[in-house]
Structures are given as C-alpha cells and as structure tokens.
Write a protein that binds this ligand. Sequence first.
Ligand code: AMP
Ligand code: MN
Ligand code: MN
Ligand code: MN
Length: 284
Amino acid sequence: MLSSELNVDLHSHSTVSDGVLAPAQLAERAKANGVDVWAMTDHDEVRGIPEARAAAHDLDMLYVPGVEVSITWAGKTIHIVGLNIDEKNSDLVDGLAQTRSGRERRARDMAAELASRAGIQNSYEGALKYVGNPDLISRSHFARYLVEIGVCASVSEVFRHYLSDGKPGYVPHRWATLTEAVGWIRGAGGVAVVAHPGRYDLSPLAFDAFFTEFKNLGGLAIETVTGSHSVDQYDEYTKVAAHYGFLSSRGSDFHSPQDAEVDIGRLPTLPKMARPVWEQWSLT
Ligand code: AMP
Ligand code: MN
Ligand code: MN
Ligand code: MN
C-alpha cells in the first residue's frame, strides 16, 4: 500500500501526443519536481510507454502505465484516463489505433476552416512542425502554430477564439464511446478514471447520467486535484467522488513548460476526505 504522503502525478503528456517533452525528458522533469509515482497519459496512444518506463526506472521513480482516451458522450468530448494498463493488450491497442485514425482528416478539415473562415493559410503544414507523432495531430499543435505566427498571444487564447466548439477552426469529431473506452481499459487490467470533470459543459442532470453510466460500466475514479480544476473544484469534485463512491486521482495534465497551468508534480495533496486511487496499489 502506498503512503498518502507520496507526490503522485497521474496525468501528463509527451511528444507522443501533444506534449513538448519526449517521454524521457518528461520523466526527468517529474523527478526534478519531486514526483514519487508517475503516469504519462498520452492522448489515444501507448507507444511512448516503453521509453517512459525505462526512464522512470533509471530515475528510481515508481511508474504507472497510462493513457488518456478521447470519447464522445451525448455529443460532447470527454476524456477517460486509464491507469495501470497492460499497454500490449491487443483490444486496447486496436481500439486506440481506431480512435486515432480520424485525426489526419480532421486536421485537414480544421486547416480548411481556418483558411476559409479566418483567413489563416497553411495551418496544417504549420501545425505539423510541432507534431512528434504523425498519427497524433491535435488541436494543441495548431494552437502552437497560431501563436508562432502571431494570430494570438497564447495557446489558451487560440482555443478561446479559434479552436473551441462554435469557433471558426472547430471541426466536430466523433471519438470512441464511453463503453468502448472503459471496456478497453478494464480489459487491459487497468482502472478507468474520468479526467478533469470540471472542464465539461454538461448540465447537472447530464453529469449525473454520465457518472452513473461510468460507474455501471466499472469506472472506479475521477480526477479531483488536477491542473484543469480551480482550487474550489478540488473540494467540489471530492464531494462528487464521495457521492458516487469513486476514488480520487491527482494529476497535473502537464504538456509544456511554456503554457502549463501547473507544473508536473506541483499540485497540492488530495483533500483529507478523498480516497486516493492509488490506495490499494502495490507498485514495484
Ligand atoms: P484534441 O484531442 O486534438 O481535440 O486536443 C485536445 C487538447 O487540446 C487537450 O488535451 C488540451 O491539451 C488542449 N486544450 C483543449 N482546450 C484547451 C484550452 N482551453 N487551453 C489550452 N489547451 C487546451
Ligand atoms: Mn492535451
Ligand atoms: Mn484531457
Ligand atoms: Mn491530458
């Protein structure tokens, strides 16, 4: 059983998805910031795990193989983190490949939208300069390019003005289903966790339906202390976790030293009443 005093960070991204550090560099930053237990959770992708695991081992950090799966639920994009997965599980590997497969087409459509509706040319080629994994072109890569060419001053401003639902560069997309994502994660021996619940634009009724369905599918935890939540939301979602009987996860959602809300390993500890998702783990 792991001590609740440990510095645990179970959500971060490398160049294998939309982070800017390679898995080994991310491990070094986590270690330098005092992380004891670390998960890298690239979007829809597990191929960075061998490098991350080896780096964590060399640095004497406990390592948790992870992933962040994009899903569509009731027309909204939601993220489900999988922790302690067997990244070689073939249903998981095939499911993630299927989930990634629409990204190239979507990126080309985004570039066409940005050109026709915002007069921004060649953003596909521009975004590609920031892509570390050709199968994983993301809105973050477009955002970095739009900052580079001076369209906006920051990545978050690009999301506000161009890349969110209803804005000129937004292209609706259908990701995996909740049933699929939880099924792949559980089938690979992992724990399914709702990522940053405070970020979703769902009514109270829809949230209740979502959490209930997640629980019925075998989902075990939600993120409470995350770089995507305000301090008030740490407590709010700890209460939500208690209400549904979910465990709590903690993760910075670190992507880049330039535009991090919270650096890797630099979150406060879980609220006292939270039950840590790592409570029962015995990691080696
Ligand atoms: P995608 O999977 O291509 O739709 O991109 C989603 C990613 O965009 C998220 O994982 C975040 O890294 C990033 N993102 C989404 N919304 C914002 C925002 N408001 N500010 C900064 N980054 C964001
Ligand atoms: Mn991301
Ligand atoms: Mn996310
Ligand atoms: Mn994330």
